[in-house]
Ligand binder design. Structure first.
Ligand code: 26V
Length: 814
């Protein structure tokens, strides 16, 4: 559907919108008004396509995939929607004629931060790809009133503030009270047998909570498809609150009751590093699962098909184990509400559910105390118990007498319900998110499960949407690419490899360089405006942006900067290539060590940036409140992408792919998807350092790593670490960094930071040398861009659709 035939038509429609909907003129409207007017104007167009897409899915009884995720890190939607609707330039020019700047209006939208990091952003990229590939796939999540906290740096330390993202109207959502669902918690279950011997369950004294969906349209790229992101919000049911108020006879009680119900969807848990077994988190998970599955079953029933065809029409995907209760919930509905027997219900459930694992860190694996699950979700607990019994019996048949194996694989053991085990047993597909990660699952972390169900395990290397991360975030680069190789890469990103035809074209390489420089200048201006720090756009922009976690080793980067500083101080004539180190990272509020690392980085920044001997050579910038919109600014302006996790720990990484696509060179370990980037670009176009996964396992096996030995043998390490606790510009004679020192030495450096230090320094030296050879550097950058197409999430989603969901592309006939 064409939205506006030309710019003039847009301008008229826009002015009308302002006047009719908001009662304002261009002169009297605030920026937020104009943003709203623009948003609601394009919403009218989106709504038409949305309706059509839904009708079409219904008439054709198209198979639907529902992607259940506790997190969707969407970022801002306006710019991407305009891009996908094919009106970006037209709108931009039309607004400019009216004296308005689109990029200014875009900033009025709050960044929807309903996720912690990688897992949530992946979900958002997948939605964009599903719609763009005309696949019937929808996101199911929670509408948190507060998303990821706002990070402020005060006195060099992280301080968290609530993220009031909904105080400004979220213009994209539509509340759908007519589709509300009741979710039940607590209470008791009793059973009785009927005359045919069939068991019936009665659920009483439960606490009912209304789940109200808010739908957000997900617009496909140039194809009229509009899918749905359905976010559930917890609200008390009117009827129930009235009853309660009457019973308690007091308004105060009513308010407390209302608040406690609403608290379920109040906030996103901001900790993706440790699983703390909190009751409210389990409530959130079941709330999402139950409202989601009930509403899906409802729509399936409208198709009038037999239950056996449920898996042909519905795929339920769980993004990590957080929504794993989908399995017992679907069983519950099929058996208790639809009267289906266990075996058939189990077949339907397994055939519909698939699961992605995103981490092997043991501290992040979910398990819930039996007592908690039993009291909060009595019927669900009974079903999990039965699944476990049957599974253990089956194991017993295959491996009679093998107690250790059965105890190892059981879903319930040591008083805990293990969500990964439930997810594996109850689904037909289990995938890891990069080749190395999947191999680790198969050969190590989930080896026994893999031996039991080898056919269920598969790899789906992650991807990112090239529409947001290249076309929208880096328009100049994207235009240059199209100038060089035509625009087919937009539909088929693998065609970016055609760029290799230009590898000897010096003027093309120069253009690539100029674009990077222009982006760096823009970014430097932004840094100056927002942080008051001047950075040199000719210096190497070395960027480390991701959640702060021990295994991601921001500390290794920080220690390297301290070392560089020391070198410069002891020899001011040292010939060093100017560098600006950028960091962006949020630490989980209770992750003490991570917060200390943030403090250290900020301390290093204040030392380095204010020292006249070094400030023209190195600068350190900690960008507060790292978010999707900040990532969109910084990635196109980067030269070096820091992907330096300890080998075996980073399941995939997706930032690495975004940087590569924007022409930055990876400095990284052989971990996660770095391994695949390395395979594609070859040794000359990436900087690999550090222990390999096999070496890490060798150290684990023979327990021979001693960080103290490294400290004693490497004078650079010794000097730098001593500066953390002895008097130095970094410690200022205080004990702020004692814990960091202890983690590295007293506790033997869990993440091999010191072990990899020397090798990291060498790799960094090589980066500096290579950067000076402009032509070669630009060529390396070109190679990276040209090989990045495989990391488009379109490729990933096509693989999911083909291998896991069995989804066909719908050719829209609109
Ligand atoms: C874990 C937990 C633990 C319980 C409390 C709440 C919570 C919330 C989120 C998580 C998720 C941690 C897993 C995760 O984000 N993994 C990342 O997934 C990316 C996408 O697959 C991948 O690129 C990263 O390497 C991986 O760390």
């Amino acid at each position: 559907m064409v939205m506006f035939s030309d710019k003039e038509e847009f301008k008229t429609a826009f002015k009308n919108q302002l006047e009719e909907k908001l009662g304002k003129t261009i002169d009297t409207a605030s920026d937020f008004d104009t943003y709203r007017a623009l948003g609601s104007l394009i919403r009218e167009k989106i709504n038409k396509d949305w309706l059509k897409t839904n009708q079409e899915y219904k008439t054709n009884k198209t198979k639907q995939v529902y992607y259940f995720s506790m997190e969707f890190l969407m970022g801002r939607l306006l710019g991407n929607n305009l891009l996908n609707l094919n009106v970006l330039s037209l709108v931009e020019e039309g607004l400019a004629d009216l004296g308005l700047s689109l990029s200014e209006l875009e900033k009025k939208e709050s960044d929807a931060g309903l996720g912690n990091g990688g897992l949530g952003r992946l979900a958002a990229c997948f939605l964009d790809s599903l719609a763009s590939l005309e696949l019937a796939g929808h996101g199911y999540g929670l509408r948190y009133r507060y998303g990821m906290f706002d990070q402020h740096i005060i006195d060099g330390k992280q301080v968290e503030f609530p993220d009031y993202w909904l105080t400004k109207e979220f213009i994209w959502e539509v509340r759908r009270p007519e589709d509300a669902i009741e979710v039940r918690f607590g209470g008791q279950v009793s059973s009785r047998r009927d005359k045919d011997g069939k068991l019936h369950f009665k659920y009483e004294n439960y606490e009912p909570i209304q789940a109200v969906p808010y739908d957000v349209p997900v617009v496909g790229y140039h194809n009229d498809t509009v899918n749905t992101l359905r976010l559930w919000s917890a609200e008390p049911s009117v009827e129930d609150t009235m009853k309660k108020a009457e019973k308690e006879g007091e308004f105060g009680h009513f308010l407390t009751y209302k608040r406690s119900l609403e608290s379920i969807s109040d906030f996103l848990y901001p900790d993706d590093s440790t699983e703390d077994g909190k009751r409210l988190r389990l409530k959130q998970e079941y709330f999402l699962v139950s409202s989601g599955v009930q509403s899906i079953v409802r729509s399936f029933e409208r198709l009038g098909l037999p239950w056996s065809s449920f898996p042909e029409k519905v795929a339920l995907h769980i993004n990590d184990t957080h929504p794993a209760l989908v399995i017992p919930e679907l069983m519950r509905i099929l058996m208790d509400e639809k009267g289906i027997g266990w075996e058939e219900a189990w077949e339907i459930t397994q055939a519909s559910v698939s699961y992605t694992n995103h981490t092997t860190l043991s501290e992040a694996l979910e398990s819930w105390p039996v007592g908690l699950v039993r009291s909060l979700l009595p019927r669900i607990f009974m079903i999990i118990n039965e699944i476990n019994e049957r599974f253990c019996q089956a194991l017993w048949k295959t491996y009679p007498g093998d107690f250790s194996r059965i105890a190892d694989l059981a879903i319930i053991a040591d008083g805990q319900v293990k969500m990964a085990h439930l997810s594996i047993v109850g689904s037909h597909s289990i995938n890891g998110v990069a080749k190395l990660h999947t191999d680790i699952l198969k050969e190590r972390e989930m080896k026994r499960f893999y031996n039991t169900f080898p056919e269920r395990f598969n790899n789906k290397t992650n991807g990112i949407t090239h529409r947001r991360w290249l076309m929208h975030a880096n328009r100049p680069l994207s235009s240059l690419i199209t100038e060089a190789i035509g625009d087919e890469w937009v539909q088929e990103p693998k065609q970016l490899n055609k760029l290799m035809e230009r590898k000897d074209d010096l003027s093309f390489l120069d253009r690539l360089h100029e674009i990077k420089q222009e982006n760096k200048v823009d970014f430097s201006n932004w840094i100056k405006d927002t942080q008051g720090i001047s950075v040199d756009p000719d210096s190497i922009f070395d960027v480390h942006i991701k959640r702060l976690h021990g295994y991601k080793r921001q500390l290794l980067n920080a220690l390297h900067i301290m070392h560089l500083y020391n070198e410069l101080k002891s020899d001011p004539t040292l010939d060093i290539v100017p560098r600006t180190f950028f960091f962006g990272a949020k630490a989980a509020p209770s992750y003490h060590f991570a917060k200390k690392v943030i403090q250290l980085i900020n301390r290093i920044a204040s030392v380095v940036n204010n020292d006249p001997d070094v400030k023209d050579y190195i600068k350190v910038v900690f960008i507060p409140n790292y978010s999707v919109s900040i990532a969109e600014r910084i990635i196109p302006s980067s030269n070096v992408s820091e992907q330096i996790s300890m080998a075996t720990k980073e399941a995939s990484g997706t930032g690495n792919m975004k940087f590569m696509m924007n022409g930055a060179l990876t400095l990284g370990t052989m971990d996660g998807a770095n391994v695949e980037i390395h395979d594609l670009v070859g040794n000359d176009n990436i900087y690999i350092f550090g222990l390999r996964s096999e070496e890490v396992w060798d150290y684990y096996r023979n327990g021979s790593y001693s960080s103290k030995a490294v400290y004693e043998n490497d004078e650079r390490v010794r000097h730098t670490l001593d500066q953390l606790i002895h008097y130095s510009p970094f410690s200022r004679g205080e004990t702020d960094f004692q814990e960091i020192y202890d983690a590295l030495l007293t506790y033997n450096d869990e993440y091999f930071v010191l072990k990899d230090f020397a090798s990291y320094l060498l790799a960094q030296k090589k980066v500096s040398q290579d950067y000076q050879r402009k032509r070669q550097w630009n060529l390396k950058s070109l190679v990276n861009i040209s090989q990045s197409g495989i990391f488009s999430s379109d490729r990933t989603i096509q693989e999911y659709a083909r291998d896991i969901w069995d989804l066909q592309r719908v050719k829209t006939l609109k």
